[in-house]
Design a protein around this ligand. Structure first.
Ligand SMILES: Nc1ncnc2c1ncn2[C@@H]1O[C@H](COP(=O)(O)OP(=O)(O)O)[C@@H](O)[C@H]1O
Ligand SMILES: [Mg+2]
Length: 241
């Protein structure tokens, strides 16, 4: 096996440029459950990395470490040249809000804000005016076929509509990396196709990186690289016959 192939199989890119987001030999536990066991991945500008694997294999925990929400027990996490795992809480939160787009697997939107305000929120937080943020939000709401729903609250739309709004929110402030945790789990296939196509098209066109956790092989295959998780580990590839 060549070094290039080994690198690719471990989830590292052939690209020599610095990764926008990475984690190296990360361990994370919940009590006695070892959720991440020596996991290393990286994502580069303009590239999409799919993370696949059975339920409970550690995909969400990996994403939570990479966005700095969870500090690993061991190993390091990096983002845009910073060692995120060494930053203090408040700084990690600021980096996440300003520089990352995140679609969480569960619990997406703020219930007291309208759908438009939820989508606009990352732009307010980086200092845009309310009207500039609202117009950026409206453009994305239209992309996801939500333009009629901007004035409603999350409780008054469907689960799939909330999920599409969460995807819109992850893109609105043009973050350098979008982390999306099963962003099509509540969607019909036409909306799921549109969400994945839009995530891939926008991030590639803007030189952003995308880390996509997905159960759908057809979506993983559209990414530039795929890593498979099993029992908290990045699985070794099956040996060639
Ligand atoms: N908050 C938590 N408390 C205790 N165990 C957890 C928690 N979150 C996840 N786990 C456990 O950690 C392991 C990895 O979970 P998770 O990262 O959510 O996997 P996936 O996203 O691949 O389904 C599983 O065994 C899960 O039960
Ligand atoms: Mg998960």
């Amino acid at each position: 096996m060549t070094n290039r192939k080994v690198a690719r199989d471990l989830g590292h890119s052939d690209d020599d440029s610095a990764a926008l987001a990475w984690c190296s030999s990360v361990n994370a536990s919940y009590g006695t459950v070892l959720a991440l066991d020596n996991a290393s991945v990286e994502v580069h500008a303009g590239q999409a990395l799919a993370v696949v694997g059975p339920s409970g294999s550690g995909k969400s925990t990996l994403l939570h470490c990479m966005i700095g929400l969870l500090v690993p027990d061991g190993g390091t996490v990096g983002f845009e040249g910073m060692t995120l795992s060494e930053e203090i809480d408040r700084r990690r939160s600021a980096i996440r809000l300003e520089r990352m787009g995140v679609v969480f697997q569960f619990g997406e939107l703020l219930p007291e804000l309208t759908i438009r305000e939820n989508v606009a929120l990352p732009r307010w937080l980086i200092g845009d005016s309310k009207s500039a943020a609202a117009s950026a939000a409206d453009e994305l709401l239209a992309t996801f076929d939500l333009e009629q729903l901007g004035d409603r609250h999350p409780a008054d739309v469907s689960g799939g509509e909330r999920q599409r709004a969460a995807v819109a929110r992850s893109l609105v402030h043009e973050p350098s990396v979008v982390f999306a945790d099963e962003p099509t789990g509540s969607l019909d296939s036409a909306n799921a196709d549109n969400v994945i196509a839009t995530l891939l098209k926008r991030t590639r066109a803007n030189g952003q990186a995308l880390l996509l956790v997905t159960h759908e092989a057809r979506f993983a295959e559209q990414c530039d690289r795929i890593v498979t998780m099993r029992d908290g580990r990045i699985a070794e590839p099956a040996p060639n016959p």
